[in-house]
Design a protein. Structure first.
Length: 151
């Protein structure tokens, strides 16, 4: 699926995951977009922040391993995912609950199946499978408006 020319979405160039140094700490994923802006996901699952940083080889968070660590042990799983995961687009905000969702395109034979996922999980899956990540432009615009009106 060719998405680069779609004006409704923006490609993510880089992802950072970290804990804001406040008490209690806040797990965050920042998507740096190719238009120079950023898209922030706050209060993501802490285990995803840890998993993304381990995947990138940035840090070790102790001796307890998670399912994400086990997945990294199997090269054939990541090879399989690289062939199957087609797209990841953060494309919806449920305003009632204040949570985003992402659509992941998965190839099965000649068929592309779309699944709605938690964005932080979809980002991890994209990083694991070396799949491009996109964010719906309207969500970025709305987040910027919200941030400017709050501060």
């Amino acid at each position: 699926m060719e998405l680069e020319s779609n004006r409704d979405i923006i490609k993510v160039d880089r992802v950072e995951a970290f804990f804001l140094p406040v008490s209690p700490s806040v797990p965050v994923i920042v998507c740096y977009l190719n238009d120079g802006r950023q898209f922030n996901l706050l209060n993501v699952p802490a285990e995803i922040v840890i998993a993304i940083n381990k995947l990138k080889g940035l840090t070790n968070y102790g001796d307890r391993e998670s399912i994400y660590d086990i997945l990294l042990m199997f090269n054939d799983i990541t090879d399989y995912l690289e062939k199957r995961i087609d797209t990841v687009i953060i494309d919806n905000l449920n305003r009632d609950f204040g949570v985003y969702s992402a659509t992941v395109g998965i190839k099965f034979g000649g068929v592309l199946i779309q699944k709605t996922m938690i964005p932080s999980h979809a980002i991890y899956l994209a990083l694991l499978s070396k799949t491009k990540i996109y964010v719906k432009k309207q969500l970025v615009d709305d987040q910027e408006k919200e941030m400017s009106s709050n501060g």
